[in-house]
Design a protein around this ligand. Structure first.
Ligand SMILES: NC(=O)c1ccc[n+]([C@@H]2O[C@H](COP(=O)([O-])OP(=O)(O)OC[C@H]3O[C@@H](n4cnc5c(N)ncnc54)[C@H](O)[C@@H]3O)[C@@H](O)[C@H]2O)c1
Length: 343
């Protein structure tokens, strides 16, 4: 089959491209190469920016440099495809405050364009939302344990109200994409899914303080640099390794049950920032310098997905534990030290 992956040169997009090309499918990576979130990492060099592009090209993926805000270009590339996986995005909260127009046009209009192309050619499509669509009222329901925030019940399902509490442009734009997926399912009976994704991590992730905290911590600690934690460090996510995310997209293609899905590691794979630091100390066998700073506007302090719906409807569940996944990520960083030079 032929698969179009928007944001193919991003972190998740690159794993999705790899998954399908290794299965023997034809794959198009469609990315404008902005990679907004690496700008402030200090390692936004040409080498890190182009790493995923070169990696995928060598695997035989068709590389297209184009923008999801350009409808005609999406139409040209979508024609003849059997599946669209839409991962292109402006994913960072911080960038959404600073440039709400970029955030809106990329996440809201971009998702709309992808859905329209899928509708026109009757192609199944899976889009990336985020657990941020639930909003920040969850922050008001937490108790503090020794190393993590605690919430009862622990996991949150898709029926939880959305966009509650204080929100930012990122909440609005990701929420808009999510609502449009539901709209296109309800109105046009499309085979579409919106994945409300939790904290994702894995190799080929150039995480910084803006986006991709597990990668940010892993890169900095593997290279011996200090880490800044915004808030208490008791923030919790049910983190999910990249290959498990790629498998979830394929599970949707096979099951073809339209809808909204929480896609995360679930209660089994939840971890706090402080606990993640402990895992890193253990893997690296050394101490890590941590500085604490004020919590940032819009930060969601807790999310653990109830993944019951994805298990039932898609027959999908995560396989890689945080301990094993973080070790894989650290190994990738250690093998590719030169990518992070200049920081
Ligand atoms: N990584 C996480 O922890 C996480 C958590 C929740 C949700 N998500 C969502 O998952 C999706 C993938 O996230 P990621 O971490 O792989 O992000 P990423 O930033 O690594 O990848 C996004 C890619 O989209 C490309 N892109 C940006 N604007 C574009 C445009 N206008 N046209 C074409 N391409 C464009 C970028 O160049 C980049 O390669 C996003 O929708 C994100 O919001 C990610």
């Amino acid at each position: 089959m032929k698969v179009l992956v928007t944001g193919g040169c991003g972190f998740i997009g690159s794993h999705v491209c790899e998954y399908y090309i290794k299965k023997g499918d034809e794959v198009i990576s469609y990315d404008n190469m902005t990679k907004h979130e690496i700008v402030r990492t200090g390692y936004a060099s040409d080498a890190s920016r182009n790493y995923n592009w070169d990696y995928l090209k060598n695997l035989g993926v068709k590389m297209v440099k184009a923008d999801i805000r350009n409808f005609e270009e999406i139409l040209d590339n979508a024609q003849g495809c059997n599946y669209i996986i839409h991962t292109a995005a402006q994913p960072a909260m911080t960038i959404s405050w600073e440039d709400p127009q970029l955030d809106f046009t990329t996440n809201a209009l971009g998702t709309f364009n992808v859905l329209e192309a899928a509708r026109k050619f009757k192609i199944p499509v899976a889009c990336c939302a985020s657990v941020h669509v639930y909003g920040n009222k969850i922050n008001e329901t937490l108790k503090q344990g020794k190393t993590r925030y605690i919430r009862v019940p622990e996991a949150i399902d898709e029926n939880h109200p959305t966009l509650e509490g204080t929100i930012t442009p990122l909440h609005a734009s990701k929420g808009t994409g999510d609502i449009y997926v539901k709209t296109y399912i309800d109105t046009y009976k499309m085979e579409a899914a919106s994945f409300r994704l939790t904290g994702l991590y894995g190799s080929r992730q150039f995480g910084g303080e803006d986006h991709g905290w597990v990668a940010n911590f892993s890169i900095r600690s593997a290279l011996g640099w200090p880490i800044t934690i915004y808030g208490t460090g008791k923030q919790v996510r049910d983190i999910l390794y990249a290959t498990d995310v790629a498998a979830a997209f394929d599970a949707f293609y096979k099951a073809r049950k339209p809808g909204i899905y929480n896609i995360g590691g679930g209660t089994k794979f939840s971890i706090s920032l402080l606990e993640c630091m402990d895992v890193l100390r253990e893997i690296l066998g050394k101490d890590i310098q941590v500085n604490f700073a004020e919590s940032r506007h819009g930060d969601l302090q807790y999310f653990v997905c109830d993944i019951g719906k994805a298990k039932r409807e898609l027959q999908w569940e995560p396989k890689i534990s945080p301990r094993n996944g973080i070790e894989e990520l650290v190994k990738w960083v250690q093998k590719n030290r030169e990518l992070f030079k200049g920081a």
